[in-house]
Design a protein around this ligand. Structure first.
Ligand code: 4NP
Length: 157
C-alpha cells in the first residue's frame, strides 16, 4: 500500500482539494487498490468541518467527489505515510518541525509539476485569502498528474 498525505493550514481548502483530485486520478488509472490517500491541516481551527464551499464547488464542477472532514496533522502521520505533500513552505516547515522520519518522503506538492514545467510556481496560494478556487484547482490538477507520474515510476506501476 502506498500512503499519501496532503497537508495545508486549515485542511478545508487546498489539501482536501488535492486529496480528492489525486484520489480521482488514481481511481481513473485503475490504481485505487494500491493507494491510501488522506489530507490534514497543520492548524486545528476547522477540525471536524466539511471542506470550504469554494473547494466543494470547484470539485463538483469537475465531477470529483469529496466527502471528507478536516483533521489536524500529527507527529504520528510522519510514520504512517510514505509521501507527505505540503501546499506551501510554511506547511512544509511545520511538518518538518513536528519530528523526524526515516520512512516518509516530504516535499512541496508542486515541486514535481514545477520540475516538468507544468506550473510556474512551487506553492499553492491559499484561496482562503485569494478566493481563487479555479486557479487552485488548475494547480492541484497539474500537481496531481506530476505526482502520480513520479510515484508510478518509483513503484513500477
Ligand atoms: P487551507 O486554507 O489551508 O487551504 O485549508 C485555510 C483555511 C482556513 C484558515 C486558513 C487557511 N484559517 O485561518 O481558518
Amino acid at each position: 500500500m502506498i500512503r499519501v498525505l496532503f497537508v495545508c493550514l486549515g485542511n478545508i481548502c487546498r489539501s482536501p482539494m488535492a486529496e480528492a483530485v489525486f484520489q480521482h486520478k488514481v481511481n481513473q488509472a485503475g490504481l485505487g487498490a494500491h493507494f491510501e490517500i488522506d489530507s490534514a491541516g497543520t492548524g486545528g481551527w476547522h477540525v471536524g468541518d466539511k471542506a470550504h464551499h469554494g473547494t466543494l464547488g470547484v470539485l463538483r464542477a469537475n465531477n470529483v467527489p469529496y466527502d471528507g472532514r478536516a483533521r489536524q496533522f500529527t507527529r504520528h502521520d510522519l510514520d504512517e505515510y510514505d509521501y507527505i505533500l505540503a501546499m506551501d513552505k510554511d506547511n512544509l516547515s511545520a511538518i518538518l518541525r513536528a519530528g523526524h522520519t526515516d520512512s516518509a518522503e516530504i516535499e512541496l506538492f508542486l515541486s514535481f509539476a514545477a520540475e516538468k514545467g507544468l506550473v510556474d510556481v512551487d506553492e499553492v496560494p491559499d484561496p482562503w485569502y485569494t478566493g481563487r478556487f479555479d486557479y487552485t484547482y488548475d494547480l492541484v490538477s497539474k500537481g496531481s498528474d506530476a505526482l502520480l507520474d513520479y510515484i508510478r515510476q518509483q513503484h513500477d506501476l
